[in-house]
Design a protein around this ligand. Structure first.
Ligand SMILES: [Zn+2]
Length: 184
């Protein structure tokens, strides 16, 4: 699996294309072709969108602006004016074309329209004070997600990626503690 779509919103999933942000960060979007594949893999965005260098740069700027604004929100800070400017400007871009087909909704548009769509969705998330925005409970992960579970008890971006790893590490730690207690 190259890209994860687990955050519940394309803007947050875009933010998640940089993994382990506080440690040895890994950026899954190294070139415009990576962004083309990310857009194609996202269910809520059109297929076959081509990305030029300018749109790629704009996308990375939008991504980092969203990350900063989401952290502001998580920490209860006022939104950074520079971040707001980037996101609001992107959201004022062109609209995707929505059509009906036998397989359902059909979306089309170019890269600026895709970024505008991502920005508008992300704005809706950050504007909603009741949305349960969280950071994954595995400290090295740093992925953000919307917790839409009942009672908002979801602690991980994904059970396979992070929940099971944390639980396995806790189990190993308990085993080590028990072994050293026995050997005393
Ligand atoms: Zn995680």
């Amino acid at each position: 699996m190259e890209f994860a779509f687990v955050s519940g919103d394309p803007a947050l999933d875009l933010v998640g294309t940089v993994e382990s942000r506080r440690g040895a960060a890994v950026d899954r979007l190294a070139a415009p072709g990576d962004l083309e594949r990310w857009i194609g893999a996202c269910d809520e965005l059109p297929d076959g969108v081509s990305v030029d260098a300018a749109s790629f740069t704009a996308a990375l700027r939008l991504r980092e602006a969203f990350y900063g604004l989401a952290l502001d929100r998580l920490r209860g800070h006022r939104f950074s004016p520079a971040g707001l400017e980037i996101v609001n400007e992107a959201a004022a871009g062109p609209a995707l074309v929505v059509g009906l087909s036998d397989v359902g909704l059909r979306l089309s548009g170019d890269a600026p329209a895709v970024l505008a769509q991502v920005a508008r969705g992300g704005i809706t998330v950050l504007a909603d004070r009741h949305a349960s925005l969280k950071e994954c409970g595995r400290p090295d992960c740093t992925r953000l997600y919307l917790d839409r579970s009942r009672g908002a008890r979801r602690a991980w971006c994904g059970m396979d990626a992070c929940g099971n790893r944390v639980k396995a590490a806790a189990y190993r730690a308990r085993r080590r503690a028990a072994d050293s207690a026995e050997s005393r």
